[in-house]
Design a protein around this ligand. Structure first.
Ligand SMILES: [Zn+2]
Length: 249
């Protein structure tokens, strides 16, 4: 059977029962559930405990919430120690829900913890390619840096590729508005890519109108297969291998 790994789904932020969502995703071998703050990181851990070996969690503070870094940091640290990854963190200068300085401080601190704890770093990047690039250039990057919901075009894809990062593609690569993303994907070798749903958000075509869930991850993988001129089964194999290796699942 073709098996996928959904490297980014917020099952704890869905009103539906995570056990049901996992049960009907039989073609998804593993899922990684990232927190966006302390409470959601604790909830992500509960899902991982409910489905050991299948669901894993990451702990971190989303850039939207970065102004809470000083109050949530101490609570997040022990969760990070136990999690498979640090995040999600990053920078979002599109919605700017937290001040830029707070986002930067939180992101750099998350990065430092990932280095210290030797864990992958899940990075949200929106309207912040240059700033993310500069932080990684200064503080270090490699396969352990996972650029989640990657939307860069060829230029940024090539620049980040040289840093050795892992690119995680989500539903937008299937959208009719996703041309830039598809041109970016075309310059990235499949071996460097993982897939995700970012559920319950960003459902891929043809499910875009409804809530997203792990069982839809194959639609993103199939879009990549068309871009690369490969069989979807091969994309599943390569992206799952990369995900299992990077997150040590
Ligand atoms: Zn997310």
């Amino acid at each position: 059977m073709v098996e996928w790994v959904d490297t980014h789904c917020h099952l704890q932020m869905d009103t539906r029962d995570p056990a049901i969502l996992l049960n009907r995703a039989g073609h998804v071998r593993h899922v990684v559930v990232p927190g966006v703050d302390l409470a959601s990181s604790i909830a992500a851990r509960e899902i991982a405990q409910m489905a050991p070996g299948r669901a894993f969690y990451a702990a971190g503070l989303h850039p939207h919430e970065a102004d809470r870094w000083n109050t949530e940091r101490d609570g997040l640290l022990p969760l990070m120690e136990e999690a498979v990854a640090i995040g999600e963190t990053g920078l979002d200068f599109y919605r700017n829900l937290s001040p830029a300085e707070a986002q930067m401080e939180s992101f750099v601190d998350h990065h430092r913890m990932a280095v210290e704890m030797v864990k992958p770093l899940i990075v949200h990047c929106r309207d912040a390619f240059r700033q993310i690039y500069e932080v990684l250039e200064e503080h270090g990057a490699g396969p352990w840096v996972v650029l989640h919901c990657w939307t860069g075009g060829p230029k940024w894809s090539k620049r980040f590729l040289e840093m050795g990062v892992t690119f995680s593609f989500a539903g937008p690569v299937t959208y009719h508005t996703g041309d830039t993303i598809r041109r970016g994907a075309a310059v990235i070798p499949p071996e460097r890519v993982v897939v995700e749903t970012d559920a319950p958000y960003l459902a891929p075509e043809p499910h875009r109108r409804g809530p997203n869930e792990p069982r839809y991850v194959n639609f993103t993988g199939e879009a990549l297969a068309r871009i690369w001129g490969m069989e979807a089964t091969e994309v599943a194999r390569l992206t799952s291998e990369r995900a299992i290796g990077v997150f040590d699942l």
